[in-house]
Design a binder for this molecule. Structure first.
Ligand code: ZN
Length: 177
């Protein structure tokens, strides 16, 4: 790298503008859910919008499971990550309606959950409200569908504890809402 490149990059970094919104999305893609450190807030579908207002960035964030104590921490992590990336005075706006649903978790997010040993939400959150039928949960370890619920509450209230009858491994299931 030439010395001039570094200077040019640093000065650009100091003056974040509306042109840098894609960089902000990249930055948010690195902010992980503190409870599931392999899934970013973007993959969780928590980031509703990123926009430029006057001289600063505004990020609209939908909390996941209502009353989840991690919400404030997540908002703080988002603000810190943006400031570290050169965005001054980031504004985090909490958006409650429409309410977040597990349907907003991206395909990439679901893959990361599975790789981490957590079964991603099965089916649609909206449908789960209508028919209370227990969905078939696939074991994230071996792929077997021969699983049983051990407890409706896993390591956190957002998850249920399951066990696989094929490989005998317990695993968390990310509940549908
Ligand atoms: Zn299994």
């Amino acid at each position: 790298m030439l010395p001039g490149d570094l200077i040019a990059r640093e000065s650009a970094f100091d003056e974040r503008t509306a042109q840098d919104l894609p960089a902000a999305w990249d930055c948010l893609g690195q902010v992980m859910d503190p409870e599931v450190p392999v899934v970013s807030v973007v993959d969780l579908g928590m980031v509703r919008d990123v926009e430029w207002v006057d001289d600063h960035i505004r990020v609209k964030v939908s909390p996941t499971y209502s009353g989840c104590p991690a919400t404030e921490l997540i908002e703080q992590l988002i603000a810190e990550a943006l400031m570290e990336a050169g965005f001054r005075n980031p504004q985090i706006e909490r958006v409650l309606a429409p309410a977040w649903t597990t349907d907003w978790i991206t395909e990439q997010g679901r893959e990361h959950l599975r790789a981490y040993g957590i079964a991603p939400p099965a089916g649609s959150g909206k449908r789960a409200l209508i028919d209370a039928e227990t969905p078939v949960i696939t074991c994230p370890h071996c792929g077997s569908q021969d699983t049983e619920v051990v407890s409706q509450f896993g390591s956190t209230a957002c998850k249920a504890l399951y066990r696989c009858r094929s490989c005998q491994e317990p695993f968390d299931y990310f509940k549908c809402i």
